[in-house]
Design a protein. Structure first.
Ligand SMILES: [Zn+2]
Length: 263
């Protein structure tokens, strides 16, 4: 089994959206932070699994509504497009039959339209929440971090998940609610690199993880969010695992990126 970390570019946003303000004068809430956006390809003997999909490459050309282009501008080179990152791993779009979506925010499911033949594992409560939100009011400014076009992608089959489960031998989905109504983290047990946990937006960065944990600037449920971080910490200690923070610029630089891999 090989695990490739795909660099699909980065977003910029204000610090207050990443870490909740502590109301001290030292907290610069408007400081611009660079948030790397990754997708993960797992080449498993039973098939190739893609975990999260980055942002749609047309995001800044009007695919995203204005409020998202302003709050989270996307920076992505042609080389960082998902299909070109997969090509680095000698993988074509057609080869991906299994996808796991952590949650339906703009920077995690933006290329669903590329995979009409894949089976997509997705967090049940977040799927329902997002689908309802983008249909309740036509004004996209009321849709939070969800993009209606992403949620409209023609998928062969959704497999909605509401509990921890193993999808392939050594690949576990872990349920981590709080950032959104539910969020699917991934825990992968490898032969040479040990256990690797991808909590995605349950743990944006090292500052959020602590200990002590900090809450992020945007949340669905604060107590669930904190409980999910402690669940990650428990699993990290149990398996002596590496935790891969979702959007940590400094940490991202230390990771092996495709075409390099963990195995
Ligand atoms: Zn998110």
């Amino acid at each position: 089994m090989k695990i490739y970390i795909l660099n699909t570019g980065y977003l910029e946003t204000k610090r207050k959206y990443v870490v909740a303000s502590d109301n001290s004068t030292a907290f610069d809430e408007n400081k611009i932070m660079k948030l790397p956006v990754m997708a993960i390809l797992i080449d498993h003997p039973d098939g190739k699994v893609l975990y999260d999909l980055g942002s749609n490459p047309n995001a800044m050309e009007g695919y995203w509504p204005k409020h998202l282009r302003e709050a989270y501008p996307l920076f992505q080179t042609v080389d960082q497009r998902l299909e070109n990152q997969l090509a680095l791993c000698h993988t074509t779009l057609d080869e991906i039959e299994t996808i796991v979506i952590s949650h339906f925010h703009l920077d995690h499911c933006g290329n669903l339209n590329l995979f009409p033949n894949a089976v997509v594992y997705a967090p049940k409560e977040d799927f329902i929440w997002g689908q309802c939100l983008v249909r309740e009011d036509i004004n996209p400014a009321t849709h939070g971090g969800y993009v209606k076009a992403d949620l409209d992608a023609p998928i062969k089959k959704y497999h909605l998940v509401d509990k921890d489960m193993e999808i392939f031998s050594g690949i576990d989905i872990i349920s981590l609610p709080g950032h959104t109504p539910n969020l699917l983290g991934l825990m992968v047990h490898t032969e040479n690199s040990g256990t690797i946990i991808f909590p995605q937006d349950s743990v944006y960065n090292e500052e959020i993880y602590g200990p002590p944990a900090k809450v992020s600037g945007l949340l669905y449920n604060k107590q669930d969010f904190l409980n999910s971080i402690e669940k990650v910490r428990h699993l990290q200690q149990k398996h002596n695992a590496m935790v891969v923070y979702a959007h940590d610029e400094k940490f991202f630089q230390t990771l092996k990126k495709a075409p390099l891999y963990y195995d």
